[in-house]
Design a protein around this ligand. Structure first.
Ligand SMILES: Nc1ncnc2c1ncn2[C@@H]1O[C@H](COP(=O)(O)OP(=O)(O)OP(=O)(O)O)[C@@H](O)[C@H]1O
Ligand SMILES: [Mg+2]
Length: 673
């Protein structure tokens, strides 16, 4: 047979590499072929020999216990390079080999050799199939033919094997991307070997950015010792499972349920670690809300118990003092009785407050609105009454304003309880403005739409009254924002605050089927927003359309990595005659903007995105077009971190959650600046 040898060494090596065979464990199919070669030619040794740049590596070796040898040591590289069958019946009689150490050494003592090159389909010789004997030998033409057939079978087997390997890895890749978890494989020194699509989505790092990097450097917020502990456990037990706090590329804090499994090689040696992470950040937040509600519940029960007992203690004191005062004529004793009376009354007032807090909680616990004392009422009267009280009792350095929408919808409520809500919010505002300021109370009808409801768990679609109580006081620190609604949480001096104000407020509002949100900026002030469901919801559907400015087909770029919000924003915009183009991250947004620059009239950008965050996206867009109207939206409570010029009319900040109406009004304002 005439062979066509490819002389190009690099093509040869590439052909060999594509088989992914070097240094793999032995396989029966190849062992059998080597065994057959030895049997057919009646020699003690037969080898399937693959030759790379420096060595001859034996995939199968019948009668020899040696994994590899240097490339130029023997007969095979000559056979391979010539591309022809090479037969040396007696090595000592051949000048080319008589002094070769393989021939002369006692260890090998090769006296007979016959080799057939292994030719890849492109003609590249990648090794040999050879037989060896320690005595001189003859080989018949039939045996040579058989060897050539076997060499073709070896190459065919190599091809089948490669197809299988590829199939498995394609299957694996498809499977890896189908699952919704982030899957990472790292070697024993934490170097990342595999990073699936969902890991890209969750952590914001592209696969090519992570391969070869240390996993703990990219993501971990865990301490080194904790990391070491996990690692040791995996090595020892083969498995570890637990919660980990991680940080995405954009700095987003994530909580993941992480499962680590040790992967072993065919010889049961630890090879790598498979890490599967499930994002449970949102679940954890809900859990926290739930736990807080439960804690409130138990404190409420406890507080109401104590309050009832205290009432029983205080009532006889008050009654007796009253009687004693009527009897006594001694002014000194009377004075003392008055002190006792006023203190007991203060005690009773405190008990009343605790009880109303507990009552709110109880209503909440039973999951039903206690409508017994609820009547349909106009908040306007309550607010005006409140204003009266404030102007009489608050320091003159605090200016009070009220803004009440005309035709404010009625609500169904307990007026005493709502009075308490307003009082508590106003007292807090007063305490935050020790050197004076402005207190504004406003009330408006609003329609909570699907957009808003999808961003706030307590909100449902319908008509609400929004009461805002805003001050220009100290503001609330981010660190304590989370805690202010907790019962007994106070930053006030001992004896100055019970810390029950806001928890009572929250409990009452919940009992009324409403909810409360706030925004605050340290040094600038705080605004509490109380949402109470309005009655007569049916005709109120119309509210949704009131005063909503309609677009005229303008293109709006919507950038949000949460598909649900992206979709609902798009639908709302399109309903009001805008054309929405959506992007799931900053990079995509920039690409779209570059393409449709002339068409796009404004961009709505979420600040917290995992790939390129909102701040960077806004800055880059503004570099391209400094006058592009932009609305930055964010679930953060404050607008401090938003890199937009708050005085510019063509940029705006919109805190999440927002209604379509708010979004459209803001959009209209920035576009028509
Ligand atoms: N308008 C506000 N400005 C700044 N901080 C506030 C404001 N409202 C509440 N806070 C903070 O929230 C904490 C809790 O408020 P809450 O009304 O529950 O209790 P309190 O005012 O401390 O005590 P109490 O209401 O029983 O007199 C306050 O101590 C304060 O730190
Ligand atoms: Mg208070």
């Amino acid at each position: 047979m005439k062979s066509f040898v490819c002389n190009n060494e690099s093509a040869r090596l590439e052909a060999l590499r594509r088989y992914q065979i070097l240094d793999t464990p032995s396989e029966e199919a190849f062992d059998d072929l080597a065994f057959l070669a030895a049997q057919i030619c009646n020699t003690p040794i037969a080898l399937i020999n693959l030759i790379d740049a420096n060595r001859q590596w034996f995939k199968a070796k019948a009668g020899l216990n040696l994994p590899e040898m240097p490339r130029n040591n023997g007969f095979d590289s000559i056979c391979m390079e010539s591309g022809e069958v090479l037969i040396i019946p007696d090595t000592l009689a051949d000048k080319r080999f008589a002094t070769n150490p393989l021939v002369t050494s006692a260890e090998f003592g090769v006296r007979f050799y016959a080799g057939v090159p292994l030719l890849a389909p492109g003609g590249e010789a990648i090794g040999t199939l050879c037989i060896v004997d320690r005595v001189p030998q003859q080989i018949s033409p039939q045996q040579v033919e058989a060897l050539q057939t076997l060499s073709r079978m070896v190459v065919r087997q190599l091809k089948i094997r490669r197809n299988l390997v590829e199939l498995v890895s394609i299957e694996q890749a498809v499977l890896l991307d189908i699952v919704s978890d982030a899957i990472v494989v790292q070697d024993l020194s934490n170097k990342i070997l595999l990073w699936n699509k969902n890991a890209e989505k969750l952590y914001g790092w592209k696969s090519e950015e992570t391969i070869g990097k240390q996993s703990d450097e990219l993501l971990s917020t865990e301490s080194l010792t904790q990391h070491l502990e996990i690692y040791q456990t995996v090595l020892k037990n083969g498995f570890w499972q637990g919660e980990l706090h991680k940080i995405s590329k954009s700095g987003k804090k994530l909580i993941v349920e992480s499962r680590w499994t040790l992967i072993k090689d065919d010889h049961f040696q630890a090879k790598s670690i498979l890490v599967v992470d499930t994002d449970i950040t949102q679940k954890k937040q809900l859990e926290k809300q739930f736990l807080r509600a439960q804690r409130m519940e138990s404190i409420g029960t406890l507080a109401s118990g104590i309050a009832h007992d205290l009432n029983n203690v205080l009532s006889p004191i008050l009654m007796s003092v009253h009687l004693l005062k009527a009897k006594s004529r001694d002014p000194q004793i009377n004075q003392m009785l008055s002190i006792i009376e006023s203190n007991a009354k203060r005690g009773a007032d405190l008990v009343k407050q605790v009880l109303s807090f507990a009552r709110g909680i109880e209503g909440d616990v039973q999951g039903q609105t206690a409508t017994r004392q609820h009547t349909v009422l106009q908040l306007k009267h309550l607010i005006l009454e409140m204003r009266q009280i404030i102007s009489q009792t608050f320091p003159k350095s605090i200016a009070v304003y009220t803004k009440i929408q005309e035709k404010l919808l009625p609500i169904c409520a307990d007026s005493t309880q709502l009075h308490q809500v307003l009082i508590n919010l106003c007292l807090n505002a007063r305490d935050a403005m020790l050197t004076g300021g402005t207190l504004t109370i406003s009330a408006d009808n609003i329609w909570i739409d699907k957009t808003y409801a999808s961003m706030h768990i307590e909100a449902t679609v319908g008509a609400y009254i929004l009461v805002k109580v805003a001050d220009t006081g100290l503001g609330i620190n981010k660190e304590i924002l989370d805690r202010i609604f907790e019962p007994f949480f106070t930053t006030k001096e001992l004896g100055k605050g019970t810390g029950l104000g806001l928890s009572t407020v929250m409990a009452i509002i919940k009992e009324h089927g409403g909810f409360i949100t706030l925004s605050s900026c340290v040094g600038k002030g705080t605004e509490f927003q109380v949402y109470l469901p309005a009655v007569n919801q049916v005709p109120m559907q119309l509210l949704e359309d009131i005063e909503i400015p309609i677009g005229s087909g303008e293109y709006i770029l919507v950038v949000d990595d949460e598909t649900a919000i992206q979709e609902i924003t798009k639908t709302s915009l399109e309903k009001y005659n805008y054309t929405a183009i959506t992007a799931s991250d900053g990079m995509e947004a920039l690409a779209i903007y570059a393409q449709y620059k002339e068409k796009i009239s404004a961009a709505i950008i979420d600040m917290m995105m995992s790939k390129m965050d909102g701040a960077t996206t806004i800055r880059t867009l503004q570099n391209i077009n400094p006058l592009l109207p932009i609305i930055a939206v964010s679930g953060l409570v404050t607008s401090e971190q938003v890199p937009i010029d708050k005085t510019a009319e063509y940029t705006a900040f919109l805190p999440k959650p927002y209604t379509t109406q708010e979004l459209l009004k803001t959009l209209y304002a920035v576009i028509s600046h």
